[in-house]
Design a protein around this ligand. Structure first.
Ligand code: PMP
Length: 426
């Protein structure tokens, strides 16, 4: 179920306190700061961890493992074997079921959805287009998933997240509708709630009976290896679970190196059943002769294998961990115990979700803007940008430096304190 509304106990704040917050707010505003907390962008130090790739493959470095010439048209449209092998463990798939594509996993999701709309998918009788296709959207979720549905007229059906994945009673009831063709999932360190799906949730997703025989789970495991603590969260392999349940073609598993190497200059990844992968290769082969193999060689050289990938992610954690700890400390110092806000303390990923009193999220964003702090518009994490309770905010602490982040958090907390104690709240 969705989080309960916040109701501050009486005496949660005093008029005097509110005057002091207002004075701090005004002083903050006078500083004229400009801080961007909108998108989950790696910081400069993080992308620099992969700077060696800027020199690669280098003159003479174009040979693939099997002796091919990566400078030329050659090889499988599913990518180089060494790249497919490198990313297979991250996707919980055998290398033969992995495709390594170009610089954006979002593009892969977009393209697979468009292929499904235009051509249909294995196991389906017809293209999705014209069938009134619907998608289940766990909320709050990733705005760009929802933007794809919006662009192609797919009706979005919100399903609440519980802290351990989507409300499965609701999902199992909704997927009986044959118009429900798909579902978005970010199973590990979800964007933006930071939650990881419980094993039981994943098992139920694999087993559930769907009205549509050609139902697909768009399993966007973008944060599979993006841990922030020693507790490394993960989910059971959805491909294997679905295959065991007799639904091998149900999941399309996506991965991305945008937050491993270079954001927007990395590799998009797809893992799927043999039938789905052949389907993908057929349609992708019309769109392009093949992916950029030179970038795949760079990634193989930098990361080498799954152990190398994990070591690389530990260096990201060393940069990001203190930023998330700072966010937590600021929220606790300014907001704890008043019943005005709740927030997540994620063990990985890129976001903190901040819940404020119903009807005040947009006001928080507007007040923060007065302070020069850019937050993502309230409601962005919901289909069509509509948060029915106007209570969710997404904080993205990765890009600013620690000092700037501390300032931003003070400004955000002051905005929350003022917005949630205004008389006009419903
Ligand atoms: N999926 C999720 C859940 C994301 O948060 C993001 C943003 N990094 C993406 C996909 C986009 O990844 P890419 O750059 O590979 O398109």
């Amino acid at each position: 179920a969705a989080p309960e509304s916040l109701t501050p106990p009486s005496g949660a704040w005093t008029p005097d306190e509110r005057l002091r917050w207002q004075a701090r707010f005004d002083a903050f505003k006078a500083r004229g700061l400009r801080i961007d907390m909108t998108r989950g962008k790696p910081c400069t130090e993080q992308v620099a961890l992969s700077d060696a790739m800027l020199d690669w493959p280098g003159v003479g470095g174009h040979r693939t493992q099997e002796g091919g010439d990566a400078r030329n048209y050659y090889g499988s449209p599913l990518g180089l074997l060494e790249a497919r092998t490198l990313f297979a463990p991250m996707l919980d798939a055998p290398p033969e079921q992995v495709a390594v594509a170009n610089n954006s996993s979002l593009a892969l999701m977009h393209d697979t959805l468009v292929y499904a709309l235009l051509h249909g998918v294995p196991g389906g009788a017809a293209p999705w287009h014209g069938q009134g296709a619907r998608f289940l959207c766990p909320v709050p979720g990733y705005d760009r998933h929802f933007a794809i549905c919006e662009a192609y007229g797919i009706e979005m059906v919100p399903v609440p997240l519980t802290g351990h994945g989507p409300d499965m009673d609701a999902v199992e009831a909704l997927v009986r509708d044959p118009r429900v063709k798909g579902m978005w999932c970010v199973p590990v360190y979800s964007n933006p709630t930071g939650e990881t799906y419980a094993p039981e949730v994943v098992e139920r997703l694999a087993r559930m009976a769907t009205g549509a025989p050609d139902f697909r789970i768009f399993w966007d495991n973008a944060y599979a290896v993006h841990h922030l603590t020693d507790v490394e969260e993960s989910v059971p392999g959805i491909l294997a679970l679905c295959a065991q349940a007799g639904h091998a073609d149900r999941p399309l598993v996506f991965g991305s190196t945008s937050k491993i190497t270079f954001a927007g200059g990395g590799l998009g990844l797809l893992a799927a059943s043999p039938a789905n992968l052949a389907w993908y290769a057929r349609h992708a082969g019309v769109r392009s002769i093949g992916p950029d193999k030179l970038n795949q060689l760079r990634h193989v050289r930098l990361l080498r294998d799954h152990a190398g990938l994990r070591a690389h992610m530990a260096r990201h954690r060393a940069i990001l961990g203190p930023k998330f700890a700072l966010v937590e400390a600021c929220l606790r110092r300014e907001l704890a115990g008043r019943g005005l806000a709740n927030w997540t303390t994620p063990r990985g990923g890129y976001f903190v979700s901040l819940q404020v009193r119903d009807g005040s999220a947009r006001r928080v964003v507007a007040l923060a803007q007065e302070l020069g702090i850019a937050l993502v518009p309230a409601g962005k994490a919901f289909p069509l940008g509509h948060d029915p309770r106007d209570s969710h905010l997404r904080l993205a602490p990765s890009f600013p430096g620690l000092q700037e982040l501390e300032q931003a958090m003070e400004g955000i907390c002051l905005s929350v304190l003022l917005a949630t104690t205004e008389e006009v709240l419903p």
